[in-house]
Design a protein around this ligand. Structure first.
Ligand SMILES: [Zn+2]
Length: 235
């Protein structure tokens, strides 16, 4: 991923979103006039955003920040105490999609326009939808590592070593990574859930439990070594 946006990228984005301006070599900022349709339902809205070429949470996609205070207003209106429910990270970035989808939505050499159209606008659409209906318009994954596991419960596309090597570092950042590691080595449906609720894993976060089993079977098929997961992925 480049750390700067090219002039061509900026002008392509400004053609459709004239309220966005370059404020640094790798930063655009301003008003994004959203006018999107999903599943036959049009939504129009306006957001103050910042998009940066570098992303603290991804080496693949740019970072999106909603900087107009809208996320906080929605959280307050809905009585949400944790902004992560709206997929806002502590560092202010938002999770525009689950890690495993990044490559599909934003293939290598994608430009800023692709990011805005395929990831930023859909996220903002989802946010407004959530504000009105308390549900994301498409399936939702839990925030963070649990969501990465839930993904594997539904998507059973054969994984490559590279796919898994891209996902595990994010999982390793989880405070509860030791438990993830234990579960990957020797799964137990009855051990307390990875979310820390104390309930059995298979009862509390059923989809994540199923996803863990699928991820594990893929890792076994690929011959990945579970004992070295702490250091990095090795064959
Ligand atoms: Zn749980």
């Amino acid at each position: 991923m480049s750390t700067a946006f090219s002039d061509e990228e900026i002008s392509a984005v400004k053609t459709r979103y004239p309220g966005l301006k370059r404020t640094g070599s790798g930063t655009v900022e301003g008003t994004l006039e959203m006018d999107a349709v999903y599943d036959g339902k049009p939504l129009k809205d306006s957001f103050q955003v910042r998009i940066t070429a570098t992303n603290p949470n991804s080496s693949r996609v740019p970072a999106l920040y909603e900087i107009g205070g809208r996320t906080e207003v929605i959280a307050e209106k809905l009585g949400l105490t944790d902004l992560r429910t709206l997929h806002r990270n502590k560092d202010g970035t938002v999770c525009v999609c689950v890690k495993q989808i990044e490559k599909r939505k934003f293939p290598p050499s994608s430009d800023l326009f692709v990011f805005v159209e395929e990831l930023a606008v859909p996220y903002l659409y989802g946010l407004v939808h959530y504000e009105h209906h308390r549900i994301w318009p498409w399936g939702d994954y839990s925030h963070g590592s649990m969501g990465l596991l839930e993904f594997y419960a539904e998507d059973t596309t054969p994984q490559t070593v590279e796919d898994i090597a891209e996902v595990l570092p994010s999982m390793r950042k989880d405070l509860n990574w030791k438990e993830y590691h234990k579960q990957l080595r020797k799964p137990s449906a009855e051990r307390s859930c990875l979310c820390g609720s104390g309930k059995p894993f298979r009862v509390c976060h059923k989809k994540a439990w199923q996803g863990l089993l699928h991820l594990r079977s893929e890792m076994l098929r690929l011959g990945l070594d579970f004992s070295s997961l702490f250091d990095g992925i090795k064959k």
